[in-house]
Design a protein around this ligand. Sequence first.
Ligand code: URA
Length: 207
Amino acid sequence: MQVQVVDHPLAAAALTVMRDERTARPQFRAALHDLAMMLVYEAARGLPTMPVSVTTPLTTTTGVVLAAEPVVAPVLRAGLGMLPAALTVMPDARTAFIGLARDEATFEPRVYLESVPADLAGRPVFMLDPMLATGGSALHALRLLTARGATGIVVVSAVTAPEGLTALEKSGLDVRVVTAAVDESLNDVAYIVPGLGDAGDRLYGAV
Ligand code: URA
């Protein structure tokens, strides 16, 4: 499994705004939007393209178009905070929605929404979740996507925990992770430390 930590001053600065407990919801949403643009841009680096002929005002030359329509799969709630950025970077992408809630007693994911194209074979898939903590939700979502034929899924997360990366690695799934940070560890209630708290609450308010 490949883990790419996007090492860029603008990404680090946006993540610092998100980590700060004093950052209010509007600024948190804006910082995640900015960071997600950079992460998705990097995640999309390997997208296959096809050559096309393009006529400029001066001559005809060769350009490219994407060879396949990408699919972006935000994991609700918090993944929605990365969706506008992903669709800005890849405007023609299709969106698959996966709703997972965390059971706060067992930390196991509970599915409440699956709105995913039936056939993902041959299509680049980007799973969006700002936090990769235990990896439980991510694995659930990844299995759901691979059951529909997705391969080489890219997991795009603002912050990851070593425990979550190990869980993905051990699963043997064909995935790549693009993130701004690999943090220290999880605490005893499965929050990432130092982390940024509950990403969904910080984006949308506590439910
Ligand atoms: N989900 C979050 O939003 N934050 C964490 O620290 C872990 C999981």
